[in-house]
Ligand binder design. Sequence first.
Ligand SMILES: C[S@@+](CC[C@H](N)C(=O)[O-])C[C@H]1O[C@@H](n2cnc3c(N)ncnc32)[C@H](O)[C@@H]1O
Length: 236
Amino acid sequence: MALEELIGSHKESSGPLRILSVGCGSGILDNQLIASVASSNRCFKYTGVDPNPVACQRFRESFEQLHLTNVELELKVQGIESLDINEPFDIIQLTHALYYFKDPADALEKLRRLLASNGKLVMVHAPNEHLNQLSECFWSHHVDHDIWFSSRLEEHLVQESINFTCRRLKGEIDVTQCFESGCEHGEELLDFITQNDCRESGVEVLERCLYFLKKISRIDGSSRKVEHPADIFVVV
Ligand SMILES: C[S@@+](CC[C@H](N)C(=O)[O-])C[C@H]1O[C@@H](n2cnc3c(N)ncnc32)[C@H](O)[C@@H]1O
């Protein structure tokens, strides 16, 4: 995983490595990352931040199942906007989180100030490819302002003369179940793709969504897949 490589290549600082994850969610990704970094026997402190208390609880429960002795975990149930940390971090990571923040530019400034010297801010972020045009249409949070997909983030970093690197990882998402009537997982996936409750949108809108999804998908055996690349931004 790209994040593991970046953390693995980070030069030892004195004391344990300090990692901050903002918008960590239920730890589906973060706990894999923690387990992988912990397997090198490196001691580190992992701080997760997310305003969703249920997600944070799930994060802790699955972390505890890992039984790691070289990791100290702290979870803060709060949004970036009210985050009140002053300690520096060696790695700060945001995975598919920036789009949810009220003021992404302000959040980035805040996080950059939390970087230790030699620290890295790593953002795994979606470009505005076909799939994300659905969220662009439906996501009410963004009704009066653009979603910060990769191009907007890049524009901001350039404008602010912030040094960064960016590389694209290919990826695909299996949307087969979105077309299976009554399939709960398929409905949840479509809600996630559109960032909208599609069951509330009415049959005509739902059909149009599915039509668009079909047009941008490819058939792979008995599955339907849509491209879902991610850009990895690293700010140093
Ligand atoms: C798509 S999820 C990504 C979760 C996790 N990073 C992952 O990749 O598995 C976005 C997360 O951002 C969180 N979030 C939303 N608004 C936020 C805010 N203002 N500050 C911090 N996190 C926020 C949500 O609660 C959600 O867990």
